[in-house]
Write a protein that binds this ligand. Sequence first.
Ligand code: UD1
Length: 376
Amino acid sequence: MTPVLDLVAGARPNFMKLAPVVRGLVAHGGIDVRIVHTGQHYDPSMNDVFFDELGIPAPDVHLDVGSGTHGVQTARILERYEAHLIERRPSGTVVFGDVNSTVACALAAVKLGVPVAHVEAGLRSFDRSMPEEINRILTDAVADLLLVSEPSGLTNLRNEGVDEARIRLVGNVMIDTLFSNLDSARARRVPGRLGLEERRYGFVTLHRPSNVDDGETLARLLHLLRDLTRRLPLVFAIHPRTVAAARRMGLGELVAEGQADFICLGPQPYLDTLSLVSGAAVVLTDSGGLQEETSVLGVPCLTLRENTERPVTLTLGTSRLVGNASSRITAAFDDVLDGRWRRGQPIPLWDGQAGLRVAGELSAWVRQPRVVEAPA
Ligand code: UD1
């Protein structure tokens, strides 16, 4: 019988990782793919547009969980994915990244004896105040196959005593998506349409709780962006979470579209984001994915965090940790404008072929004889 793999996606950063794995599995053949969408992200701008642009087949299963506190969101996914597993048990479940959907589906599957593979395993920020760090640790603890994107992932898993037989270094699937879409993204000429010149603007995203959930920090960062944009025009693609936080704190006018300072846009489609990032002089962000994408594109990246689970972007890439203190951000911004920035080197296995390697590993793994059976 043909093995069936559930591929789970829920939030925006999952979609760019899932697309090349689906393509790889289809090219490889011999496995039926079932796409399970948890509905963690549901706005068309955070969801449908990515499926369309990346050519991902429509999900076979929708769990429609929507937003909620971490407990509520995770519990809803766990409950609904478990019901699906009981009804339509797959040969294995593949989860991506570190969002709530990742840990919830991994847990539901493993409790029913369905083996789990984790794409982007082993990353650690060593900062347990980040929800994603908890999701990463728990997912890796229960996953059977750990597919790692960068060397630090191998070291972390070995340090945690994980059996070598469960680990594979496969590279970064998200970079496959970047390479296959770069030409069409550039052809969209988004900077020009916004009246900006190549390398004469900066691109900004901020959504992490550490930067946006505290009113004082968010206000300070928004005022800082207003100062910086006078030296280099900034485009801010704002996550709904950040808009909601700003409004809650009475800062709504600072992030309103059409305000006079930086250019304020809602969440951008993948191709428009890539067009903006690839033409930028600098990116200011707290996103994990953008640290990786800027590293490959050779664009300086000010990472507004104190730590990263993606250290290769600091050693070989173009990212520098600048925290969220105004003085450090400004000093790093000056360094970029004065040309004092590392250019970045190629990162091993971030070569556009990671989806194929993942498909090869999944194909061998799903056919392994197993001793674990579903509990009675
Ligand atoms: C989630 C991930 C984060 C990832 C980010 C990318 C977790 C713990 N966090 O954070 O790692 O970097 O996605 O976007 O899984 N909202 C909408 N529309 C949507 C989705 C969310 O308006 O389609 C708003 C809601 O107000 C919601 C808030 O954003 O409460 C937060 O959404 P949630 O999915 O909880 O986490 P993100 O901040 O998006």
